[in-house]
Design a protein. Structure first.
Length: 131
Protein backbone atom coordinates (compact mmCIF):
# COMPACT_ATOMS: atom_id res chain seq x y z
CA UNK A 1 0.00 0.00 0.00
CA UNK A 2 2.80 2.42 0.79
CA UNK A 3 4.54 1.84 -2.50
CA UNK A 4 1.39 2.66 -4.41
CA UNK A 5 0.90 5.86 -2.48
CA UNK A 6 4.49 6.95 -3.17
CA UNK A 7 4.20 6.10 -6.86
CA UNK A 8 1.13 8.24 -7.11
CA UNK A 9 2.95 11.25 -5.66
CA UNK A 10 5.85 10.86 -8.04
CA UNK A 11 3.49 10.88 -11.00
CA UNK A 12 2.42 14.45 -10.20
CA UNK A 13 5.77 15.77 -9.05
CA UNK A 14 7.62 18.00 -11.50
CA UNK A 15 11.30 18.15 -10.72
CA UNK A 16 12.97 21.48 -11.44
CA UNK A 17 10.38 22.42 -14.02
CA UNK A 18 7.18 24.41 -13.95
CA UNK A 19 3.96 22.46 -14.34
CA UNK A 20 2.36 22.51 -17.77
CA UNK A 21 0.25 25.56 -18.70
CA UNK A 22 -3.06 23.76 -18.42
CA UNK A 23 -2.69 23.92 -14.64
CA UNK A 24 -2.69 27.74 -14.71
CA UNK A 25 -5.98 29.41 -13.81
CA UNK A 26 -7.71 31.22 -16.69
CA UNK A 27 -6.79 34.88 -16.92
CA UNK A 28 -9.34 37.64 -17.26
CA UNK A 29 -9.03 39.62 -20.49
CA UNK A 30 -7.24 42.92 -20.06
CA UNK A 31 -9.60 45.80 -20.74
CA UNK A 32 -8.16 49.05 -22.04
CA UNK A 33 -8.38 52.01 -19.71
CA UNK A 34 -11.56 54.00 -20.28
CA UNK A 35 -11.08 57.48 -21.64
CA UNK A 36 -13.54 60.35 -21.47
CA UNK A 37 -13.97 63.04 -24.10
CA UNK A 38 -13.36 66.63 -23.10
CA UNK A 39 -16.62 68.44 -23.97
CA UNK A 40 -14.73 71.56 -25.07
CA UNK A 41 -12.56 69.55 -27.45
CA UNK A 42 -15.73 67.92 -28.84
CA UNK A 43 -17.38 71.34 -29.28
CA UNK A 44 -14.32 72.74 -31.05
CA UNK A 45 -14.16 69.68 -33.29
CA UNK A 46 -17.84 69.96 -34.17
CA UNK A 47 -17.47 73.69 -34.84
CA UNK A 48 -14.70 72.99 -37.36
CA UNK A 49 -16.59 70.26 -39.23
CA UNK A 50 -19.04 72.49 -41.18
CA UNK A 51 -16.28 74.94 -42.09
CA UNK A 52 -14.13 72.04 -43.30
CA UNK A 53 -16.97 70.92 -45.58
CA UNK A 54 -17.57 67.63 -43.74
CA UNK A 55 -21.23 68.48 -43.13
CA UNK A 56 -23.53 71.37 -44.00
CA UNK A 57 -26.08 71.42 -41.19
CA UNK A 58 -26.25 70.60 -37.50
CA UNK A 59 -28.58 67.73 -38.34
CA UNK A 60 -25.83 66.23 -40.50
CA UNK A 61 -23.41 66.77 -37.66
CA UNK A 62 -25.78 65.04 -35.23
CA UNK A 63 -26.00 61.94 -37.42
CA UNK A 64 -22.26 61.36 -37.38
CA UNK A 65 -21.65 60.92 -33.64
CA UNK A 66 -25.17 59.63 -33.00
CA UNK A 67 -26.59 62.49 -30.94
CA UNK A 68 -29.66 64.66 -31.43
CA UNK A 69 -29.65 68.10 -33.00
CA UNK A 70 -30.48 69.52 -29.58
CA UNK A 71 -27.42 67.74 -28.16
CA UNK A 72 -25.23 69.28 -30.85
CA UNK A 73 -26.66 72.71 -30.04
CA UNK A 74 -25.98 72.21 -26.33
CA UNK A 75 -22.39 71.07 -26.91
CA UNK A 76 -21.70 73.94 -29.31
CA UNK A 77 -23.25 76.32 -26.78
CA UNK A 78 -20.34 75.56 -24.43
CA UNK A 79 -18.15 77.66 -26.72
CA UNK A 80 -19.99 80.73 -25.32
CA UNK A 81 -18.22 80.29 -21.97
CA UNK A 82 -15.70 82.93 -20.92
CA UNK A 83 -12.43 82.70 -22.84
CA UNK A 84 -10.38 82.00 -19.70
CA UNK A 85 -12.76 79.18 -18.75
CA UNK A 86 -12.52 77.69 -22.25
CA UNK A 87 -8.72 77.82 -22.09
CA UNK A 88 -8.69 76.20 -18.65
CA UNK A 89 -11.00 73.43 -19.85
CA UNK A 90 -8.94 72.85 -23.00
CA UNK A 91 -5.81 72.67 -20.83
CA UNK A 92 -7.27 69.63 -19.05
CA UNK A 93 -6.35 67.66 -22.17
CA UNK A 94 -8.15 65.29 -24.48
CA UNK A 95 -9.08 62.55 -23.81
CA UNK A 96 -9.61 62.80 -20.08
CA UNK A 97 -8.56 59.89 -17.82
CA UNK A 98 -11.61 60.48 -15.60
CA UNK A 99 -14.85 62.38 -16.15
CA UNK A 100 -13.50 65.59 -14.59
CA UNK A 101 -15.99 67.74 -16.49
CA UNK A 102 -19.09 66.84 -18.44
CA UNK A 103 -21.14 68.73 -20.98
CA UNK A 104 -24.14 68.61 -18.67
CA UNK A 105 -22.16 69.94 -15.73
CA UNK A 106 -20.69 72.78 -17.77
CA UNK A 107 -24.06 73.96 -19.08
CA UNK A 108 -24.85 75.51 -15.69
CA UNK A 109 -21.82 77.79 -16.10
CA UNK A 110 -23.44 79.48 -19.10
CA UNK A 111 -26.04 81.08 -16.83
CA UNK A 112 -23.56 83.03 -14.67
CA UNK A 113 -21.16 85.94 -15.33
CA UNK A 114 -17.55 85.27 -16.35
CA UNK A 115 -16.07 85.82 -12.87
CA UNK A 116 -18.45 83.31 -11.32
CA UNK A 117 -17.77 80.88 -14.19
CA UNK A 118 -14.11 80.73 -13.15
CA UNK A 119 -15.01 80.20 -9.49
CA UNK A 120 -17.53 77.46 -10.28
CA UNK A 121 -15.12 75.74 -12.66
CA UNK A 122 -12.51 75.69 -9.91
CA UNK A 123 -15.00 74.08 -7.50
CA UNK A 124 -16.01 71.50 -10.16
CA UNK A 125 -12.42 70.49 -10.86
CA UNK A 126 -11.56 70.44 -7.14
CA UNK A 127 -14.47 68.07 -6.46
CA UNK A 128 -13.41 65.82 -9.32
CA UNK A 129 -9.82 65.76 -8.07
CA UNK A 130 -10.94 64.93 -4.51
CA UNK A 131 -13.47 62.28 -5.49
Amino acid sequence: MLAVRGASRRAYHFESAAPPGYFDPPRAPVEPARQYRNPIAVAQEWQRMPSAGECAYRADLARQPGVTRAGVTQVLGLLKLALEVLEALAALGHPLPTPIVTERGLRSLLKVPAKQQKQRLRSITDKAAAG
